[in-house]
Design a protein around this ligand. Structure first.
Ligand code: 2M8
Ligand code: MG
Ligand code: MG
Length: 278
């Protein structure tokens, strides 16, 4: 098994970003050597903070599938198509942030008072919009592959904004709070790429993937994974997923729903596999 999980609203509570209710399940997965792979709209800097508090040392997927970060030495060989960045091997799928910012600037005049980007907002603005603490907000500001946009204006104009940026080659994904402007990437494509890397290192095993998420930006991952777990949100509806097989919907929100669903799915398979969860 590989467990690919969204962070905000999924493993982390939508409001306070805590994950206490998932701790016993996380420990059981670690003990059974089932990697938990963060897949998030967050930046690499943010994920580094969170994985420290999770005690997680596995690869992770940042900025909505824009890049896969693999700790150097995690696999015996450096995977193809990756570059070394700091202590990671990084596979990226899109152009740098600056390119997407320049596209936003091209269309901006028609939407003057309708939106604010993370760059416009600055760290204080990010704190106000997200409730993150100052350190976490500073890490959220360190985007490498795209730009989050907070839309406070007219909903029809938002559609027009998305259509214009799409025509310029951008790909827009909606998270729990923001719209993310970047390139042709999604969490599903990144999941597929990383799963193939794991599969190459253990060709004799059939790897099963579980994808977990709560929002529209998780759709591709929830459709790509062998098993999908949808986590209910206290603030928005479930994303529409084009699948009916191997699909579980949590009864609880956030980390409580996460623990409930993961235990159910992996336990249900425990007879065919060798994993036992509490
Ligand atoms: C943004 O992500 C959320 C979760 O999907 C969203 O779009 O609503 C990201 O920009 C992330 O970096 C940040 O930590 C988070 C804070 O809520 O918002
Ligand atoms: Mg989420
Ligand atoms: Mg997310």
């Amino acid at each position: 098994w590989l467990v690919f999980t969204d962070m905000d609203g999924t493993l982390l509570d939508h409001h306070n970003y805590h994950f206490d209710e998932a701790i016993p399940t996380l420990a059981a997965l670690e003990q059974n050597q089932i990697p938990v792979i963060p897949v998030t709209s967050k930046t690499a800097a943010e994920v580094e903070l969170i994985r420290d508090s999770l005690g997680n040392h596995h690869p992770f997927i940042v900025e909505n599938g824009a890049a896969v970060y693999i700790p150097e030495g995690y696999f015996d060989q450096q995977p193809e198509d990756t570059e070394k960045r700091g202590k990671y091997w990084v596979k990226s799928f899109v152009q740098p942030r600056q390119h997407w910012q320049s596209l936003i600037d091209q269309v901006r005049p028609a939407y003057q008072h309708e939106f604010k980007t993370f760059a416009d907002a600055g760290i204080d603005g990010i704190i106000a919009m997200t409730g993150l603490n100052v350190h976490a907000a500073a890490c959220a500001a360190r985007r490498e592959f795209g730009e989050p946009v907070s839309w406070h204006g007219n909903g029809n104009l938002k559609h027009q904004f998305i259509t214009e940026l799409t025509a310029l080659g951008a790909n827009i994904l909606e998270g729990g709070r923001f719209i993310h402007v970047s390139g042709q990437c999604d969490k599903g494509q990144a999941l597929a790429w990383l799963t193939a890397v794991y599969q190459q290192t253990q060709p004799q095993q059939i790897i099963q993937t579980l994808g977990i998420g709560d929002s529209q930006n998780d759709k591709a991952m929830l459709e790509q994974a062998d098993y999908a777990l949808l986590i209910r949100s206290p603030v928005h509806g479930l994303p529409d997923i084009d699948r009916t097989d191997n699909l579980t919907v949590s009864t609880f929100f956030g980390p409580k729903g996460w623990a409930e669903g993961v235990t159910q799915i992996i336990d249900a398979k425990q007879h065919s596999d060798s994993f036992n969860l509490p």
